[in-house]
Design a protein around this ligand. Structure first.
Ligand code: FES
Length: 236
């Protein structure tokens, strides 16, 4: 985990575009009176998107003023969440490499090596052409498909160094690969196909499957046995 501080070079001011200003007003209005501070994350995200994907200090003050919050409170939010970038990032991609335990055990260090070679030897620095930057972050929530990276709003999972190179090359060419697993599995389904619940008798096209028939038969058998016992008792 790195220390998160505001970038030393800051613009003098920040203002939302007219379109974002209208969006901000509509977003703030969604919250009940007195709860406007709940809009802090969406407003900071919109400011970041407007400002080349990083959040300048005047934008933090603007959002605080809009929401009636102390500057320090908004600063705390911006510096806590790694979704907020506090300095300039690559114009084509900012690669966030998860380095938390599951990803670390599955090869995150090798992914960081790719970033060191292809982007810059140190995190939080722009590549020579300004198109890329990278950083190590904590768990991004796709641990089942570790190791992974996040690039802006997308995640790339089940990575090897070669697959990450392909992802970065795709962004360089303006044709990034489809987000998600890069080895073709759906969400976090098992690698190499299912190994459990493979008995076809469990599935006959309905949600309950052949078990429904077995239960119905068992019920009928038990009812017949009860009726026979009652009849025998009557006879006796
Ligand atoms: S540990 Fe990497 S996504 Fe959770």
């Amino acid at each position: 985990m790195s220390v998160r501080r505001l970038h030393p070079d800051q613009p003098n001011s920040f203002a939302f575009t007219a379109e974002n200003e209208a969006w901000a007003a509509a977003t703030i209005a969604k919250y009940p009176a007195g709860k406007q501070a709940s809009a802090v994350i969406p407003l900071l995200m919109r400011a970041q998107e407007q400002h080349a994907n990083w959040l300048p200090e005047p934008a933090i003050r603007l959002v605080a003023d809009k929401l009636g919050m102390a500057y320090i409170r908004v600063y705390e939010v911006a510096t806590f969440y790694t979704q907020f970038q506090l300095g300039p990032v690559g114009s084509k991609a900012h690669v966030q490499v998860c380095g938390t335990t599951p990803c670390m055990l599955r090869g995150a260090e090798a992914l960081k090596d790719v970033c060191r070679q292809k982007i810059h030897k140190d995190q939080f620095h722009l590549s020579a052409d300004g198109a890329f930057s990278w950083e190590e972050v904590e768990c991004a929530g796709t641990c089942a498909n570790a190791p992974m990276v996040q690039i802006f709003a997308d995640t790339y999972e089940d990575l090897t160094p070669e697959l990450l190179e392909k992802v970065i090359d795709g962004y360089a060419k303006g044709t990034p690969p489809k987000p998600g697993s890069q080895i073709g599995r759906v969400a976090s389904s098992p690698e190499g196909g299912f190994t459990a619940l493979t008995d076809p008798s469990l599935y006959d096209g309905s949600t309950i499957g052949s078990w429904q028939k077995r239960l119905t038969e068992a019920d009928a058998k038990s009812a017949a046995a009860t009726a026979a016992a009652a009849a025998a008792e009557k006879k006796a």
